[in-house]
Every structure is written in C-alpha cells, then in structure tokens.
Design a protein around this ligand. Structure first.
Ligand SMILES: NC(=O)c1ccc[n+]([C@@H]2O[C@H](COP(=O)([O-])OP(=O)(O)OC[C@H]3O[C@@H](n4cnc5c(N)ncnc54)[C@H](O)[C@@H]3O)[C@@H](O)[C@H]2O)c1
Length: 256
C-alpha cells in the first residue's frame, strides 16, 4: 500500500479557502467560531441581526462579507445568500449560531415569547438551511447548527428553549436524509452552558449557576474553544460521512 502521510493527515481538518456562512456572528459562540474558521483559512460571510456588533466583529477579520439580517426573514436571508454567492462564487458550508434563550415557568411564560423562541431557533434554522442548501453547487456542502444539551435534557423552566432545540435536532435528521443524495451533510452541535451574553445574567444568579454546574460531570462550564474541534471536523473532509447527528460537547451533561 502506498502511504501519503502528509496529505492524509492535513486533509482531515483542512478548511482553507472554504466559503462558509456564519449566522449569529456578531458575538458569543458565533463570533468565536468565525474567528476560529478565519484563522484556519476559511473565507467568511457573517450574518447577524445586530448590525453594530457585527461591524465590530468583521472589522477584525480580513476578506469577510457581512450582512445585517434577521434569520426569521426569508426574503432578507435569500438576498444575503445570493449576495454571498456573487461575492465568493460559491458556498461550501454554513454554521448557524443565531439563537435566543427564553426561560420561564410554563404556567407563566408569555405565549408570544414562546412563539418567538420557536421562530428564531427552529423556523429560522429551517429557512436558513434550505436557502443556503439551494445555493450550494453539485459538489454539495456542510450545514452545522448550534443546538444544545436542551435538545435532550429537560431543565425546569425551559419549555420554549428545550422544545426549540429538540425540534432543531430532529429537523437536522430530516434535512440530512432529504439532502444526502446531493452530498449536503447536515448536523448539529449540542453545547453545555457556556458563559456568553446569552447566559451571563442567569449565571450571575448563584442558584442558577450552582444548579447548572452541579449537573455537569466534568464540573466546569463550556468554553467557546471547546466547540472548535467538532465545528471544524463537521466542515472538513474528515467529517465527510457524518450526517443527521447532534454531537454533544458538554462535559457529560447529557449523561445526567
Ligand atoms: N451560551 C450557551 O450556554 C449555549 C449553550 C448551548 C447552546 N447555545 C446556542 O448557541 C447559539 C449561540 O449562543 P450564544 O451563547 O453565542 O448567544 P449570544 O446571545 O451571545 O449570541 C447570539 C447571536 O445571535 C444573534 N441573533 C439572535 N437572534 C437572531 C435573529 N433572529 N437573526 C439573526 N441573528 C440573531 C444575536 O444578535 C447574537 O449576536 C444559540 O443558538 C444558543 O442557543 C448556547
């Protein structure tokens, strides 16, 4: 057998020159992932509904395309993806980190807040997936969503968020089946609690913080960096036979 050690090893995680759209890129996990992908040579389109923070993020990165877009707005998404394709000539991958956290006891939760959570975390993910998949060429592509340990565990007061993330994980399975023949692989990552703007106010409450920490066997919260290995794998040649999965990066949270 002929061995090609250098080529084989390097290709596994090689995303150089891949054109990747990142949503929720203005801050938090989306911003950290965008920085990681840029360091590894990807060419990025960054979307977020927050134009101000998005400009700050993209200002630190070379050769990026940015668009202020709400992931629930199908027409705006379609035009952003079309412009991205015009700018780079193709789209190879997408990471959807746009999302909202809605917490509240089921009996008191405002119905509008419940609907908004489903709209952003689930319907937005659906719209984004099919628009970006429609822009991928015959060689296929990769789509990665940020789900959550809440796709699986039933935290108290998480009726809206957990429903949205569980449904997102199931959406990923169906899309993976529908698009497998086009070589479009669709997966999700399920992080445990990570300190970002989304979670900060809750983690400032010692009762919430201690409760959240007590159910993570590795006894620490996640960090954005914990996600990088799986994100890159799912976008790179090494992830070429993985589809329809939610991969938990959670220090064991979903074991409890
Ligand atoms: N932080 C955590 O503990 C944690 C854990 C598990 C999963 N997640 C998931 O990871 C993703 C990123 O979370 P984060 O902690 O970085 O949150 P974050 O609030 O820090 O960042 C989310 C980003 O999404 C953007 N966004 C929100 N709604 C949008 C919309 N309708 N259209 C476009 N952009 C929108 C926001 O402007 C923001 O920049 C979310 O889907 C979240 O549910 C986070």
């Amino acid at each position: 057998m002929t061995s090609q050690p250098e080529e084989t090893v390097d290709n596994l995680f090689d995303i150089r020159d891949r054109v990747i759209v990142v949503t929720g890129a203005a801050r938090g996990l989306g911003q950290a992932i965008a920085n990681c992908l840029a360091r590894r040579g990807a060419r990025l389109a960054l979307y977020d509904r927050d134009a101000g923070e998005l400009a700050t993020t993209s200002g630190r990165l070379a050769d990026t395309f940015t668009r202020a877009v709400d992931i629930t707005d199908e027409a705006a998404l379609a035009s952003a993806v079309a412009e991205t394709k015009t700018r780079f000539g193709r789209i190879d991958g997408a990471v959807n980190a746009a999302g909202v956290l809605t917490i509240g006891a089921a009996r008191e939760l405002d119905a509008a807040a419940f609907r908004r959570c489903i709209d952003v975390n689930l319907t937005g993910a659906f719209l984004f997936s099919r628009i970006v998949a429609g822009a991928m060429d015959e060689s296929g592509g990769r789509i990665v969503h940020l789900a959550s340990v809440s796709s699986r565990v039933a935290n108290l007061n998480y009726a809206a968020y957990a429903s949205s993330k569980a449904a997102l994980s199931q959406l990923v399975r169906v899309l993976a089946r529908e698009w497998a023949s086009r070589n479009i692989l669709v997966n999700a990552i399920g992080p445990a609690v990570t300190e970002t703007a989304m979670t900060r106010e809750h983690l400032d409450d010692p009762t919430y913080r201690d409760g959240a920490l007590s159910v993570i066997p590795m006894a620490r919260f996640g960090t954005p960096e914990d996600l990088f290995g799986v994100v890159v794998l799912l976008l790179a040649p090494g992830g070429g036979f993985i589809t329809g999965q939610t991969i938990y990066v959670d220090g064991g949270r979903t074991l409890v």
